[in-house]
Design a protein around this ligand. Structure first.
Ligand code: ZN
Ligand code: ZN
Length: 387
């Protein structure tokens, strides 16, 4: 049975406001409520269809996804409710340590769909595995060059013993007697009939008489896998890399989820990053700053650049090295590197050095224009106060 367009189901146009959607749904729900349509066997399916349409369209995020992708937006995100497929991690023997590195991604986004929706279509599909998140820390050098990393992903994979069916000896699962395969049970609560995920089959609609000994009926087992990940040059903290189908195996033969690598670029001792630009604070001696000279600065590619310090440079002076920054992740030109001078006042002076500096000071005339202008402003400030 082809799924009808949600807007058509509710009898509204695509541009309908949230209010109109709500009103249209209320009207349909009243009209189609099974208790009022005892002699129309189709009304139940239509009632559910309207509920499903409303579930999606009332939520701005889901509505946007539906407007863009149609029903395909939610395919795969659905499946059995009940225990979250990702829940197996923490309990796995010896795998508790990994749990912190992992969590289900987009649970908030897709959680609502689990077990929902398909009621009209009869038996539900096997559950898709969870999407997983893996936090990967890379150095700034790796982010600059791009790199290949091998990561060990603790995840669940299809159980070989039962070929993922969850049943011992490969026997077919049977329809759940509690919910007759609907994955849902109904209960009267005041005026309302509420639907709940079936407690017997956890929403899968099927049960297994003789669960597989290896996977205890889950159809999947926990295992650590080594995966090669290509880190493209230019990644930043927050960059996500999606590895389709590398998430958790589905329940009982369902499709696998995706693995999302979340990049974190570690702080660097020398360089600070801002988008594609790099900043580097370079101390220079007082004499170099005064007399001018050449200094050598490191660049992120591991090389060095000569930089000319003009005579009379002050702390805070910035110089730009073009294209010596980070590459842009999506192509385009590289950033620049900025160095910022920090003039260092000499310490641990010998008596001879002190003598020379005092002599230098006695010969100073117009060497400190900034001090001169500052103190003349200060003087007029104080004079003004007396005024
Ligand atoms: Zn098994
Ligand atoms: Zn059931």
């Amino acid at each position: 049975m082809a799924k009808r367009d949600y807007y058509e189901v509710l009898g509204i146009s695509k541009g309908a406001s949230a209010d109109e959607i709500k009103k249209a749904y209320r009207k349909k729900a009243k009209e189609l409520h099974p208790d009022r349509n005892k002699d129309n066997p189709e009304s139940e399916a239509q009632f559910k269809e309207a509920g499903e349409a409303y579930d999606i369209l009332k939520d701005p995020e889901k509505k946007a996804a539906y407007d863009r992708f149609g029903h395909a937006a939610f395919e795969g995100g659905m499946g059995g409710g009940g225990p979250r497929p990702g829940g197996g991690f923490g309990g796995g023997a010896g795998q508790g340590d990994f749990a912190s590195a992992f969590s289900d991604v987009f649970d908030d986004l897709f959680g609502d769909f689990m077990g929902g929706g398909r009621a009209g279509g009869g038996r539900q599909r096997a559950a898709r595995g969870s999407d997983l998140r893996y936090n990967l820390r890379v150095t700034l050098e790796e982010a600059f060059n791009g790199s290949q990393k091998t990561i060990n992903v603790p995840t669940s994979v299809q159980c070989d013993a039962c070929n993922g069916s969850g049943a011992e000896g490969g026997a077919e699962p049977t329809t759940c007697p509690t919910c007759s395969g609907m994955g849902k049970v109904r209960a009267q609560q005041g005026f309302f009939t509420v639907e709940r995920t079936c407690p017997t089959c956890s929403g899968l609609g099927q049960i297994i008489k003789n669960p597989c000994n290896t996977c205890h009926g889950q159809g999947r087992v926990e295992k650590e896998r080594a995966l090669n990940v290509n880190i493209p040059a230019g990644v930043e903290t927050g960059t996500r890399i999606r590895l389709a189908g590398e998430g958790e195996a589905g329940m009982r033969g369902g499709p696998a989820g995706d693995l999302y690598i979340f990049i974190e670029v570690a702080k660097h001792d020398i360089f600070e990053r801002e988008d594609t630009n790099l900043f580097c604070r370079v101390p220079v001696s007082m004499t170099t700053a005064a007399l001018g000279g050449d200094i050598e600065v490191p660049t992120i590619d591991g090389g060095r650049s000569r930089v000319k310090i003009p005579a009379g440079s002050q702390s805070g002076r910035q110089m730009r090295l073009r294209n010596k920054g980070m590459p842009a992740l999506r192509g385009g030109s590289s950033g620049d590197m900025f160095i910022e001078l920090a003039v260092e006042t000499p310490v641990n002076l010998t008596s001879r050095q002190k003598e020379l500096l005092r002599e230098f000071d006695s010969l100073s005339e117009d060497n400190n224009p900034e001090s001169k202008s500052f103190f003349s402003s200060v003087k007029s400030f104080w004079d003004g106060m007396k005024g």
